[in-house]
Design a protein around this ligand. Structure first.
Ligand code: RM4
Ligand code: MN
Ligand code: MN
Length: 372
């Protein structure tokens, strides 16, 4: 009942692979319609009351009208995500770019997003940088990091007290040799330099294979520096698939490590071929079930087994919770939140998808392109 998930405005828009973008009928034409879709996900699931925004993808002339639109639909604005990866000026990086004029431009965008967040009532800057180099020798790695810390320091100094700074890492893509914030350690060290309101954001698609993500979660949580998540799932790289679709056990273990102190929980998905609203609903339902299962772990028995050094008892206690069918409990929780017992069936019966397809068609938005 307490779970709250932020869904991403960009997850409702068209996205694609390197090879093609398939336009879907009914895809939102602007941020107002993206918010309408987010409201539909919240109506069905009861636990998606916030929508994370991406700028300039979600830029509007009247931020007050945008905020009012969200609030009228029972939503609040979640994290603000500045975009420093599409402007041609950022070809060699944004806040690590060797050219001071480009770094100035990038930092100004970050500062602009602080003001946008203020006006929208958002309490977080969620930062991901595509910065990195593709070849050894392309740039000075230490100098790039120093430039980055400089720009982030200026941003942090401008943050109002209600806003936190979330720093996301990713090992590769689009840079293929050295990403400037490649792992949790690189992000954490930067956060420690910046200040208490700087925290690490863990995106489940941003690790090399074999990385124990739940252990990273435990470590950052213990250090008080776990800022939040970008939930999605992957088989190979940063696939941005539906949460819990490939590795539901990992998702359960992450919630187990979180215990009852939940940080900001955001979905970060790209729906290339699947129905977008339904994909988001399924992700929220999968999050609800993973969390419910984690709440079922008998922590007293677990502590006793661990104290006794009983290797498999603790493991069995986790499996016991994971194997419990929580679907009816979650359905009841949703019903008491005023949402749907079976959100996918309710979505399909509601005619919402057909309605938006008829109203919005497949028109390309004025701005067009990825994430919009
Ligand atoms: C990146 C990263 C960011 C997201 C962009 C669209 O890989 O996950 O969080 O904003 O994709
Ligand atoms: Mn992400
Ligand atoms: Mn990603």
């Amino acid at each position: 009942m307490k779970l709250e998930i932020e869904t991403p405005s960009w997850g409702y828009g068209d996205s694609g692979t390197r090879f093609a973008t398939f336009r879907q009928a009914g895809r939102p034409r602007d941020v107002f319609e993206r918010i309408d879709d987010a409201a539909e996900v919240h109506r069905l699931t009861g636990t998606a009351p916030a929508v994370a925004l991406h700028f300039p993808w979600d830029a509007v002339d009247d931020l007050g009208a945008l905020r009012a639109h969200a609030e009228a639909r029972g939503l609040r604005i979640g994290a603000v995500n500045p975009n420093l990866f599409q402007d041609p000026d950022y070809r060699l990086g944004s806040i690590t770019n060797p050219d001071p004029a480009v770094r100035r431009k990038a930092t100004d965008h970050l500062l602009e997003c602080v003001q946008i967040a203020r006006e929208l009532g958002s309490t977080a800057q969620s930062l991901w940088f595509a910065d990195g180099t593709s070849y050894p020798g392309q740039d000075d790695l230490a100098a790039r990091r120093a430039r980055m810390l400089d720009c982030l320091g200026e941003l942090y100094a401008a943050l109002p007290p209600e806003q936190e700074l979330l720093l996301e890492y990713k090992p590769f893509e689009p840079a293929f040799y050295a990403t400037d914030l490649a792992d949790w350690g690189s992000s954490l060290l930067a956060c420690l330099k910046l200040g208490e309101r700087a925290k690490v954001l863990v995106d489940l698609g941003h690790h090399l294979h074999g990385t124990n993500i739940e252990q990273i979660v435990a470590l950052l949580r213990a250090e008080g520096r776990l800022g939040g998540f970008h939930f999605n799932n992957r088989k190979y790289a940063d696939d941005d698939l539906i949460v819990g679709s490939v590795n539901p056990f990992e998702l359960f273990l992450i919630f187990f490590e979180l215990g009852d102190s939940l940080p900001r929980l955001t979905i970060d998905q790209a729906h290339n071929v699947e129905a977008k609203v339904e994909a988001m609903v399924l992700s929220v339902v999968n999050l609800q079930e993973a969390y419910a299962k984690a709440l079922l772990v008998d922590r007293d028995a677990l502590a006793a087994a661990q104290a006794e050094g009983d290797v498999l008892r603790g493991h069995e206690l986790l499996l016991d919770a994971y194997r419990t069918d929580v679907r009816q409990d979650c359905a009841r929780a949703r019903a008491s939140l005023g949402a749907a017992e079976d959100p996918i069936a309710a979505l399909r019966e509601s005619g919402y998808v057909q309605r938006i397809a008829a109203e919005r068609g497949t028109t390309v938005s004025v701005t067009g392109g990825w994430g919009r």
